[in-house]
Design a protein around this ligand. Structure first.
Ligand code: PLP
Length: 292
C-alpha cells in the first residue's frame, strides 16, 4: 500500500450513525464531483494524523480541532466518536512497520451544497529522516497584518484548518526560490507566527516556547504533545508573543507537525540557529512512540 482512499458520509452530532463500509479505493479513483466545494473552492476542513503501527496518534486533539474548524466554517458539528471509530478502522489497514499518515477531509458538499461529506486518505509517510537530523533553513515571510487584526476579524477563519492551502504552498515555493527549505510567517508588526505546515517551538534555557495560538495560527497537536513531554522532563512551557531576536537567541528551535514531527531549524534568513541533536532525537522518539 502506498496510498488508498475511503469516502463516507460526514457523521453529524445528534443524527443516526453513518455506518460506512469503508471500501478502499485507489487514490486516483474519481470519488468526488469536479463541482464539489472542496475541489472548486477549498471550502472545507481537514486533519492530518500520524499513524504508527496501525494506530492513530493524538486522536482527541485532532478531532477537537476539527470540531473547532467546522464551527468556524459554519459546518455541522461532527460526531467525534463516530469519526474516531472510522479513522481508527482506516488506520488499522496501514502497512505494519511503515510510518504512515491519514488525511481526513470534510467538504461543504456536492453540486447542490446540501450535505457535507468526508473522505480519508491513508498514505505512507515520506522519509523525513534527513530533515529531522540535518534541519531546515528558514526565511521569514510577512503576512501583512498586525497581531491585533486577528481578534478583530474573526470571520477570516484564523485557527481553522481549512482546505484553502494555496497560499501555504506558495510560501514553500518562495522559500525554495530563495534557497531555503521553509518559511516562518510573521505579523506585519514583527511577531512570529507559524510555518505553512507546522508550528514553531523553541527552547530558551529550561523553557519550551511557542507562539500564542491567539496570534492567528493553528494550535498544533504536535506542539501540544512536545509541551506535555517537556513538562514530564522537568522543563517549563509557555505560549507568548515572540520576535525574531527571541528565536535567534534560542538554545534550539523546531518546526513541529504530525507528519514531519520535530524538525530542527538551522537558520533564519541566513542567521544561524543552534541545533540540539540529542534533544531533537529524544523529542522524535517520544513523538513516534505515541499510541493514542
Ligand atoms: N500550522 C499549519 C498551518 C499546519 O498546516 C500544520 C499541520 O499541518 C501545523 C501548524 C501543525 O499542526 P499539527 O502539529 O497538528 O500537525
Amino acid at each position: 500500500m502506498s496510498a488508498v482512499t475511503f469516502r463516507f458520509p460526514f457523521p453529524v452530532a445528534g443524527r443516526p450513525d453513518v455506518s460506512p463500509d469503508l471500501t478502499p479505493h485507489h487514490v486516483d479513483a474519481s470519488l468526488i464531483s469536479v463541482m464539489d466545494a472542496a475541489a472548486e473552492r477549498g471550502d472545507g476542513a481537514f486533519e492530518a494524523f500520524g499513524v504508527i503501527a496501525g494506530a492513530l496518534q493524538a486522536t482527541d486533539d485532532h478531532l477537537a480541532r476539527l470540531a473547532e474548524s467546522c464551527a468556524l466554517l459554519e459546518l455541522p458539528e461532527p460526531d467525534l466518536d463516530q469519526l474516531a471509530t472510522i479513522c481508527r478502522r482506516i488506520a488499522a489497514r496501514a502497512t505494519p512497520g511503515v510510518e504512515s499518515w491519514l488525511k481526513l477531509v470534510v467538504s461543504r458538499g456536492g453540486m447542490d451544497r446540501s450535505e457535507p461529506h468526508a473522505w480519508a486518505v491513508l498514505s505512507e509517510t515520506a522519509d523525513f529522516s534527513d530533515a529531522r537530523s540535518t534541519g531546515l533553513a528558514v526565511i521569514a515571510g510577512d503576512r501583512g497584518f498586525p497581531a491585533s487584526y486577528v481578534a478583530r476579524e474573526r470571520w477570516m477563519l484564523f485557527g481553522a484548518k481549512t482546505l484553502s492551502y494555496a497560499m501555504n504552498m506558495a510560501s514553500l515555493r518562495e522559500a525554495k526560490r530563495r534557497g531555503a527549505d521553509d518559511m516562518l510567517w510573521t505579523t506585519s508588526d514583527g511577531f512570529l507566527m507559524e510555518a505553512p505546515q507546522s508550528t514553531l517551538v523553541f527552547r530558551r534555557g529550561t523553557t519550551f516556547c511557542s507562539p500564542d495560538p491567539g496570534i492567528g495560527i493553528l494550535h498544533g497537536t504536535t506542539q501540544r504533545a512536545v509541551f506535555r513531554w517537556a513538562k514530564q522532563q522537568g522543563y517549563t512551557t509557555e505560549y507568548g508573543r515572540y520576535t525574531r531576536s527571541d528565536l535567534l537567541g534560542a538554545d534550539a528551535a523546531w518546526f513541529t507537525s504530525s507528519v514531519r514531527l520535530a524538525t530542527p531549524l538551522i537558520s533564519l534568513d541566513g542567521d544561524p540557529l543552534t541545533i540540539d541533536h540529542a534533544l531533537t532525537d529524544s523529542i522524535n522518539a517520544f513523538l513516534l512512540a505515541r499510541r493514542d
